[in-house]
Design a protein around this ligand. Sequence first.
Ligand code: NAG
Ligand code: NAG
Length: 513
Amino acid sequence: MKIILPLLALFIKSALSANILVVAPLPSPSHYIWNSALAYGLVNKNHNVTVVTSDKDDSPRPKNLHHILLEGTYEFMHENEEMNINEMFGSNPIHTLIEMQSMPDFFCEIFLKPKSFQNLLDYPKDFKFDLIIIDVTMGSCFYPLIHRFHYPPTIAVTPFLLPSYVAYNFGNQVNPSYLPWHSLPYTGEMTFMERVSNFLLVYVEVGLRYVHQYRQEHKVARKYFGEDIPSMVELERHMSLILTNSDPVLDFPQPLAPNFIPVGGLHTRKAKKLPDDLQNLVDGAKNGVIVFSLGSNIRSDKLDENVQQILLSAFSKIPETVVWKFESEIKDLPKNVIVRKWLPQNDLLGHPNVKLFIGHGGALSTQEAIFHGVPMICVPFFMDQFLNTQNVVTKKMGLELSIRNATSEDVYRTIREVLDNPIYSENMKKTSNRFKDRMETPLERGVFWAEYVIRHGGADFLNTPARDLPLYKASGLDVLVFISLVVVLFFIVVLKIVKLLKKLRRKKKVKTN
Ligand SMILES: *[C@@H]1O[C@H](CO)[C@@H](O)[C@H](O)[C@H]1NC(C)=O
Ligand SMILES: *[C@@H]1O[C@H](CO)[C@@H](O)[C@H](O)[C@H]1NC(C)=O
C-alpha cells in the first residue's frame, strides 16, 4: 500500500499533464525572463512545455521543459544597425509608432527561417498540443501555428504591460480619455491637447495593425506555413484569453473584460542568496547600497563618456556603496563604486541593505523594485519606460532624472533627496504591501487560467460582444451620430414651421387690412 499510493498519485498526475507550446520569440531578455517564469510555473505542475525563443539558455533544464531556439535573431539585431534597440527608439512617440510598425516586417523573416523552427513545422501531421501560448508582442507572425496544430485552445500573453492595441484586439473597451498610450509620459489625468494626441496615437496604431502589419506578416508567413492559412485576424480571434503584465496596484487601475487576466509582476519572487563576492560586499556595506542598472537592452557602457564621468563624480561624493551594471572596463572608479557586467537584480533588490534602485523604468525592473519596496530614480530612454516613470513619480515612490543633460550636482541632489526623504521609501513599501496582499501570486493565477482554458477547451464564453463589433458600434458612435441627426432634424423642422407660421400670420394681416 505504501508503494502503491504514491505510484497511483504519480500516475494520476502524469495522466493529467498537458502538452503545451509557448511561443515567445522577441529577442529581449526581459521578455524571456517573464515568459520563462510562466513556463516554469507550468513545468512545475508537471506539464510538458516546449518554448520557442530567441534566448539561448544553457542552465540545466528539467526533463519536461524543451527549447526550440530561433538561432540568429540576436545576431541579426546586433549586425543590423537599424535594428539596434538602443538607437531605434527615442522619446518621439510618432517615431516609436513607425518603428513598431516596421519591426515585424524585419522580424517575421528572421523568426520563421531557422531550421529549428522548420523542425517544429515538421512534427507529425497529427501531433497534438493541448494548449498554445503566444506572446503577442511581435509574435503575430506565429499565429498560423494555431492552424498547423489544428486549433487547440490558445491563449495570448503580453509582458509589455497592456498596450491599447492588444486591449482592442481582444475586445476590451479602449479609453484614450484616461488610459495613456504605451509610450507616452502621461498618467490618467491629461490636458485636453494631451487627450487629443493620445486619442490619435491609440487609434492610428489600432488601425495600422489591420491595414499594414497583419498583411505584411501574412505575406511572409504564407511562404513558411503554406498558401492556405487564414488571415491573422481570424487566427487571433481563436485566442480566447489573454494574460497581461498589468496590475491595478503596480500600474494604473483600468476596467478589464473577463477574458483579460491581469498577472502583473508574474516574474517577481523572493530574493535568493547572492553569489559569495556580492553577498559579502552587500552584507558589509554599512552605509547602505545603491543598485544601478539600465536593464537588459540598454548598455551603461554606451552612455556618453562625459555622462559616465558626471555619474561617477556624483557617486564619489556619497557614503553609500554603488553596485553598477556596467558591461565593460571603466577607469578611475571611486572607492565606493563596484561594477559588474551582469547583476542578479532581483536578489540584490531583496537585500535589506539596498536603499535605492537607479534604473531605466523598464516594466519588469519597476515591478521588481515595487515588490521589494525599494525607492527608485528612473532614467527613461524609450517606449513604456516613460509611462512607468510617470507611475513612480506620481505615486511619489521615486524621482525622474534626465541623465542626458543633468549635472553632477543634479545627480547628487536627486540621490540625496530619495535617500534622505523617507516619503519615497514609505510609499514604495505601502505599494509593495498592497501588491503582496492577495489570494494568490500572479504566477499561480496565470497557471490556473492556462489550465482552466485546457479544461474547458478555450474560454470564448468570457469574451464580450465588443470583440466582434466594429469600433463604431462598440463605442456607440453610430447611435450618437443618429441621435445628433434626429435632434438637428427636429430643430430644422421646428424652425421651418415657425417661419411658415410667421409668414401665414403676415399674409392674414395683409388680407384683414
Ligand atoms: C513533449 O515535448 C517534446 C518537444 O516538443 C515532444 O517531442 C514530446 O513528444 C512531448 N511529449 C509528450 C508526452 O507529448
Ligand atoms: C533636461 O531637459 C529636460 C527636457 O528635455 C528638462 O525638463 C529638464 O529640466 C532638464 N534638466 C536639467 C537638469 O537641466
